[in-house]
Design a protein around this ligand. Structure first.
Ligand code: GLU
Length: 416
């Protein structure tokens, strides 16, 4: 059954929140359309001398509240509409956690597993050249996302700076420390997931210590999230990635699993538990399910059979709108992506601020600010949920975000 692509889901989430948000009708209509999307063609010379032509996108969704902000992903399933949905989610996320940014997203249609490091560097540099006229520290600031990391950001920063003729660190965030990255950025999204998990358990009056958690995805967010959830006392009983999944009812040894993944490039084959497939993981009887991979994994079928008591969306857009309706009916709370995974962009913002001041903060300063901002957004969300009796936490979070973006549009007015 087709449950809509990410863009139609994102637009439906907006519509669902509209009755609960104090927003001008004209402004709302305007927000249903991304400002612009650039499509770029990326011809790359492969290691064997042949040429492969890749395709990339950068969508700038809205900038009423500040420069566009959002990551770049390298994945074979990237589409223009997916990138536009993700740019929309960035717009709502930065508004919800009150960063002075709009929303953007980029993507290249590529399977990095088929490429050498040199080929990935070439794709990154060619893509940066393709979008360089639309990015910049005060215009649009990319960051890592799926299959991109601090090395990718270093190549982007270098390419952009070479064209300018001088170094411009703050054109991207998520950089290595040696070129203006910040303490705590690599762990930021996972740390945010753990902080939000604790808040959600407390809010629901449930015991976090010893709670069973299943995490789908073991990339940056899933692995760091799992480690920090376990450090805080949760029992991470299952996780998975594209290579396979692993289950241990006594809790996985997450650092050992991270070492295994480092060596063998995937979760499959880890001997600290039994193999489990993705469908089983999503339906496990756990206290919390943490989707930390791609969009559209919690579909109607999964929502009907899911046994978790709580869903924490570490990925962007993991739950379809049709699945949301079932989870509302079944009384399964969902802490939405734009709140749960906002830790990454919060620390990106702190990196950008440090760059613009040529100053650097301690890890403790970064993490204190991260916690403060996430806790404030959590409080705003549950307050709107209670006061306006929204059907779920997502609708409440959207109402908060829509009002902030709407207020910025109203006060700025319509050009010309
Ligand atoms: N890619 C991350 C996200 O989806 C971080 C974006 C950023 O730091 O700009 O939120």
């Amino acid at each position: 059954m087709s449950e809509g692509d990410p863009l139609s889901n994102m637009l439906a989430q907006m519509e669902n929140a509209r009755p609960y948000a104090d927003i001008d009708g004209g402004v709302f209509e305007r927000l249903k359309h991304p400002e612009r999307t650039l499509k770029v063609t990326l011809p790359i010379r492969r290691d064997d001398g042949s040429i492969t032509v890749y395709e990339g996108f950068r969508c700038q969704f809205d900038s009423a509240r500040g420069p566009y902000k959002g990551g770049i992903r390298f994945h074979p399933t990237v589409t223009q509409r997916e990138v536009e949905a993700l740019a929309g989610w960035m717009t709502w996320k930065t508004a919800l956690v009150d960063l002075p940014y709009g929303g953007a997203k980029g993507g290249v249609v590529i399977d990095p597993r088929d490429c050498s490091d040199r080929e990935i560097e070439a794709v990154t540099r060619r893509y940066t050249e393709g979008i360089r006229r639309m990015i910049g520290p005060e215009i649009d600031v990319p960051a890592p996302d799926i299959n991109t990391d601090s090395q990718t950001m270093a190549w982007m920063m270098d390419t952009y700076s070479m064209y300018a003729g001088y170094v411009i660190p703050d054109v991207v965030t998520g950089k290595p420390l040696s070129i203006g990255g910040t303490q705590g950025r690599v762990e930021a999204t996972g740390r945010g997931v753990a902080i939000t998990a604790e808040s959600a358990f407390e809010y629901l009056g449930r015991e976090f210590d010893g709670a069973d958690v299943a995490v789908q995805g073991f990339g940056n967010v899933g692995s760091v999230g799992s480690r920090l959830l376990a450090e805080r006392g949760a029992n991470v009983v299952a996780t998975s990635d594209v290579t396979g999944g692993v289950y241990n009812p006594n809790g996985l040894d997450v650092p050992a699993l991270e070492r295994h993944v480092e060596r063998s490039e995937g979760v499959a084959g880890f001997d600290g538990g039994d193999p489990i497939d993705n469908d089983e993981l999503l339906r496990m009887d756990v206290d919390a399910l943490v989707p930390a991979a791609l969009e559209n994994v919690i579909t109607v079928d999964v929502a009907e059979e899911l046994q978790a008591d709580l869903v924490l969306e570490a990925a962007n857009g993991p739950t379809t709108v049709a699945a949301d309706e079932i989870l509302i009916e079944r009384d399964v709370p969902v802490v939405p992506d734009i709140l749960t995974n906002a830790g990454g962009v919060i620390v990106s913002y702190l990196e950008w601020v440090q760059n613009s001041q040529q100053y650097s903060w301690t890890l403790e300063e970064v993490n204190t600010d991260l916690r403060r901002r996430l806790n404030a957004a959590f409080e705003d969300t549950v307050e709107v949920y209670a006061e306006r009796e929204t059907p779920d936490l997502r609708t409440a979070a959207y109402a908060v975000a829509l009002e902030k973006v709407g207020a910025a549009h109203e006060v700025r007015g319509l050009f010309p």
